[in-house]
Every structure is written in C-alpha cells, then in structure tokens.
Write a protein that binds this ligand. Structure first.
Ligand code: GCU
Length: 676
C-alpha cells in the first residue's frame, strides 16, 4: 500500500509505503498467524490445514504504483543491513529517500510498523535513514478481560472493573455498538497487544455457555478484532463437562470427559478458525478444578491442551492456587508459598501448549511484592507472567498511579541474580506477558483518563521490556495530548511527567508500608482498613502487635517461604540485614524501632512516608490545575474530579495508618505532627 499523508501543520504532504518483504514468517504453532490471503472465512478449519493461518479481514497488498521504486530501495537497504527475515509481527522502517517505507514479512508486521510511524510522527519523515528493525520480545501480549455477560450481584458487570460496564456485553446480551469493539481493536494494536481473553476468569453460569451455545458471541468479537492482529481466547470452567455437557464428572482422566473437550474444542474452531485457546482458573477461590477428582494441575491442564494442540491453540492455566479458607490462627500456612508448593513439583509434566500463567508476585497484585518464586522454579514449563493493569490495589482508577516503573522493575528483575536471565526473558521464552484489562465502556475507556497510560505501557513493555518507563510515557503523551500543537508544549510535557513518573511510589508511600500489603477494605479493596483482613480466612495478614509488625517468612523462624527462591535471593530475603527496605515486612517481623537501611526506624518511616505521600498528591493537584487550558476541558474536568477523591483517600490512608501504628507502638512522631 502506498500513499500520501497530509500533515496537520503547514508542511508539504509526505509519502509512506507499506510493503511485504519476499520472506514469509515460518508458522509457529501459537504465533499470530500470518496473513496471506484475504476475504476467505473458512467454514471449518481442519487441524493443521492452511486455513488455520487465514486472517479474514485483511486485504491483499496493492501495487503502490510509482512509489514502488522506494520499496526496492528499502528492500535493498534492509538486505545490505543483513536484515534477513523480520519474523512474525516484526517490521523495519526505512527512509531511503523522500519516501518512508515500512517493510514486514507478514501483514501484522505492517500493522505494527504503521503504528510505529504514527508514534514517530514528524520524525518518520525526516532525513533519509537506513533500516530500523523492530521485533516483539514476547510472542503473546495478552489482555484478560474480567467481564461478565450478566451483571454479577456483587462484582457487577466487570469484576474489578473501574471503567464502567463491559465493552463486549451489556445486561446479558452482546452490545450493539460494534464500532466500539473495532475501535478497541485498533487501540490495542496501537499498544502492541495481540491477544484478548474476553470473559472473567471466575466463570459463572451464563458465561460458561460462551463455550457452547453462546459461542457466536465470541466469534463475533473475534471477527471484529481479527483485522487488528488480535486473537480471541476464552475463560472456561473446568466443570464444563458437568455444567454444560451433563456428564456426571469432570475428572480429567475420564474418557467421556476427554471426548467432550475434544468435540467442544472442534466446534469452537469451526466457528473461530484462529481461536487462541482457553484461560483457566481452577481450584482457586471457589472455582472447580482437578483437585476434586484427586488429580493435579498437570492432569487438568493437559486435558484441555490436548484438543487445542492440532489447531495451534494454547491453555493459559493460572497458578493462582491457594487456600482461601485458611484459619488465621494457623501460623504454619502461608499463602505466599502456595503457588510454588502446588506447581513447582509439576515442572516438566505440562504439554507444550500449556502456559502456566503466574501472577508477578506470590500474593495478589499488591503495590509492592517480591517477584514470585515460581518464575525461577519451572525451567521445563512455558510460563506467562501476569500483571494487573486494572488498578484493583493501586487506586482503582480514582488515583493517578502510573504502573510502568513497577512493571519495568519486575521485568528487569534477575531471579537467579545479576547477569543471569530476567523475568522478561522467562516470559519471552515461555508464554509471554498477560495483564488484567482496565478498559470498559467509559467515554475515556479507562475511567481515569491518565490510566490509559497503563494500558499503553503494558503493551509497549510486552513488545520491548527494555523500554524505559519515562520514554513510554513520552510516547503516550505525544499520542494522547499532542504537546507539539499545544500553547505550551514544555509545560504540558514537564507537568505530566511530574504528575505521573513517580505516582506509583507516591501511592506506595501513603498506603501499606514496606511490602506488607493489603490493609485495604475487605471485599471491594478500596481505601484503608489496617485490620480489615487480619482475622479473615484469606491468608493476608500483617501480625502487628504492640512490639512490631510484619510476616516472618524466613527458614530460620518463619514459614520458610524464603527457601522457595534460588540464591542469591534465598539468602538476601532470609537475612534481616540484607533484605531490601521496601520488602522488609513481607519477609520479616520486626520491632518498631528496627533501623532500616535508610537510617530511619520502621515506625518513623511509616509516619514520614505517609505524610510525604499526601504532600505529593497535594502537589499533583496543584500541577494539574496549571494544565487547565492546555488539555481538553472534559479530560481536565474528569481528572480534577478524580484528584479530589485521590487526595481525600490519601489523607484517610495517612491518618488511619499513622494512628494505628501510633496506638499500637506508643511511639510519637519525631517531628511532632498530629497522628490522631
Ligand atoms: C484477586 C481479585 C479477584 C480475582 C482474583 C484472580 O483475588 O480480588 O477478584 O478473581 O484475584 O486473579 O483470580
């Protein structure tokens, strides 16, 4: 495709060509299929048939006419640079002369190349330059929607959703607004996301039927998202053979159960030839699973993986398995240990198309947690790492909390120590990166307009985990606020960085301290409640008493969780002296006067960070006021409204946490500030 692009400013029009290379990506079983044909929607895909690679909705490349000469020059340039196959979804941007050329081996690559040109803006049409090659680090960059078809009596339409209703369903039926889903596909492609699971991991009765008699609804979403290089996945219940198939059992070793999954999966592929696969939450928080039949999670996952395998589908089997009915008096059970205890012994037993999906931390998407030890414990298994873009525990899209700095730390973490592979490497070699979506039918997509940056950053970091969070924010700012066209570009850019760059750390300062986590209101998880979970069955305790606070997870005197890490972390976390301050209370129970590496005592650190965190939110509110007139007034109004709530909530956190620890410890603030 070739054409002329008109600029918004006064400059002359510029020219852009998108062209396929002579290479064709080698098909990988679970890679995004290569678009090679158009307008053909196969009625039924046969296992292994070429139809499984068809991407209906793509159009054939057209002759770029006179611009074609630039394609030849660009191809020669790429060849000279030794740029062999670009691979699935990869692309090169070349500017051999006056025309910018995007080259790719497949049409998905052209799509991503086009969005790169959009990101570059004016810079894409500057002086000639040789081929710049881009390839995704992760083969699967996936968003999990926790959307329900029906409005759930407790969780609403979207579980942990803070951006209105589902963009796929409304009040039990598919939404009629298909343009919205199409626009969503385009938005996701612009971020680099290439897979979407459309429904909640907690699969209720209505949603279970998406696998069978409501499959058309999933197929329609797949049709709408396909042109944007996105494959659709489905969360299924492990009990499906019973609840949908009428069988007496869902035992993974039962022959009738196996047949049911095989037939059901075949029907799915007849409707959706490029279906991505299943997502399963089993034996977790009340969801059914293989434990009911005395089987383990390898038996369970392999049951579903078998029928998906011939079609190139995968099972994302979640490792979020723990006892949610624990007795708080029982000090021997530690929820942090659970995923490793259940899954590490199964390493090597999963089929190749099983992806064990591991939450990044051992607990549950807290503001600060260590990296899950499971990530280092299963070298013979494909692992995906799961993040939470929806801000369940990070301000619920009422608070500004730019999460890319946190994710970047996690992705760069080296589970075997410096110089070894990182979390990003494990995900890249395995099943990729997955995150819980923060999108709903809200006019700003994400409730808080600035929460869009988290969606964008997730996709970009999944594409390239080495990107710096501030650089990703710059990309997002340029695309969202077009500072170049604003009255004061420097002020706009600087202020948004000041508001967002450190917002995750500010959030950490005014909420639960030193890695202890939770301390949120039970159920909805918004706002402070220090003892809210302390005497509940959920395994999320801080053990504060008059002398100290924190969870002893050492091998020497605690739950032994530190022993689930390989060296050097097993020693670092075990040692009170070596444990990083920000994780101290995750691993150790310490007295309030314990001195941190920072030089402060634990209790004074709690007071100071809570005062600082609120002061930072106050500064954010003032800074946002400066932007009135520089950003769209509706965006400005929405953010202003949310900032007022953020400030109120941050003050509440500060006062409750400080008052709580003051009352427990009896230690006054060294600076004499009111602790209530
Ligand atoms: C958290 C969250 C639940 C969710 C669960 C999961 O516990 O609060 O709503 O279902 O994570 O990841 O499965």
């Amino acid at each position: 495709h070739g054409g002329t692009v008109r600029r918004t400013g006064d400059g002359p029009p510029v020219q852009l060509v998108l062209a396929l290379t002579a290479h064709r990506s080698a098909a990988r079983p679970d890679a995004t299929p290569t678009a090679t044909q158009s307008g053909r929607t196969p009625n039924a895909a046969r296992p292994g048939s070429p139809e499984t690679a068809v991407r209906p909705g793509w159009t054939e490349a057209v002759d770029p006419g006179p611009l074609g000469v630039n394609v030849d020059a660009a191809r020669a340039d790429l060849a000279a640079a030794g740029g062999g196959p670009l691979g699935p979804e990869g692309f090169a941007v070349v500017r051999p002369g006056e025309v910018t050329v995007v080259l790719a081996d497949d049409q998905a690559g052209l799509l991503y190349g086009l969005f790169q040109v959009v990101r570059l803006g004016e810079a894409a049409y500057g002086p000639p330059h040789p081929a710049r090659v881009h390839r995704p680090a992760m083969r699967r960059r996936m968003l999990d929607h926790w959307d329900n078809v029906d409005v759930h009596p407790v969780m609403g339409q979207v579980e942990r959703g803070y951006a209105g209703g589902s963009i796929f369903w409304r009040a039990g039926h598919p939404r009629r607004d298909r343009d919205r889903v199409r626009a969503y596909g385009r938005l996701l492609a612009a971020c680099g996301v290439n897979a979407v699971s459309v429904n909640n991991v907690n699969v209720h009765a209505t949603e279970a039927r998406l696998l069978t008699d409501r499959l058309d609804e999933v197929a329609e979403i797949a049709d709408l998202l396909r042109p944007y290089g996105i494959r659709v996945h489905l969360s299924v219940t492990f009990a499906a053979p019973v609840v949908l198939g009428g069988l007496p059992t869902a035992d993974p070793l039962d022959e009738a159960v196996r047949e049911w999954w095989a037939e059901t999966t075949q029907r799915v592929y007849a409707h959706i030839p490029d279906f991505g696969g299943y997502v399963v939450k089993a034996d977790s928080e009340g969801q059914p699973g293989p434990f009911s039949y005395g089987r383990d999670h390898a038996d369970g996952a392999n049951l579903l993986a078998g029928p998906l395998e011939p079609y190139g589908g995968v099972v994302h089997w979640r490792a979020f398995v723990y006892d949610h009915r624990q007795d708080w008096r029982d000090r021997s059970t530690d929820r942090a240990r659970a995923a490793h205890d259940h899954f590490a012994p199964l390493d090597g037993r999963f089929r190749d198309n099983v992806i064990v999906q591991v939450k990044h931390g051992p607990m549950d998407f807290q503001t600060r947690e260590p990296v899950s030890p499971v990530i280092a414990a299963m070298p013979g298994t494909r692992l995906a790492v799961e993040f939470q873009v929806t801000q369940e525990y990070t301000g619920q899209q009422q608070h500004v909390c730019y999460l890319a700095p946190w994710w970047s730390e996690l992705l760069r973490f080296a589970p075997w120590g410096d110089g070894e592979r990182t979390v990003a490497d494990v995900a890249a070699d395995g099943g990729g990166l997955v995150a819980v979506s923060n999108v709903g039918d809200d006019p700003f997509w994400t409730g808080h307009p600035l929460a869009q940056a988290n969606l964008y950053a997730f996709g970009r970091l999944a594409w390239d985990p080495k990107l710096r969070p501030e650089a990703v924010l710059d990309e997002w700012l340029d695309l969202t606020f077009a500072p170049a066209t604003s009255a004061d570009p420097a002020l706009l850019r600087r202020t948004l960085h000041q508001i967002m760059d450190d917002s995750w750390r500010s959030y950490e300062r005014y909420t639960a301290p030193l890695g202890v986590g939770f301390m949120v209101r039970p159920g909805h998880h918004y706002g402070p409640d220090v003892d809210g979970y302390e005497y509940t069955p959920w395994g999320t305790y801080h053990f504060a008493d008059r002398d100290g606070v924190g969870v002893d997870r050492t091998r020497a005197t605690g739950t032994g969780f530190t022993g689930q890490y390989p060296p050097p972390w097993s020693q670092t976390y075990e040692s009170l002296a070596a444990c990083p301050d920000e994780l101290l209370l995750f691993f150790h129970h310490v007295p309030y006067d314990h001195v941190l590496h920072s030089g402060s005592t634990v209790v004074q650190h709690i007071y100071d960070t809570h005062f600082d965190g609120v002061a930072e939110v106050e500064a954010t509110c003032r800074r946002w006021e400066w932007l009135a007139g520089l950003v769209d007034p509706t965006v400005h109004a929405r953010v202003t409204e949310r900032l007022a709530e953020q400030l109120r909530c941050a003050q509440e956190w500060r006062d409750q946490v400080n008052a709580y620890f003051h009352r427990k410890s009896g230690v006054p603030d060294a600076h004499g500030r009111p602790l209530h």
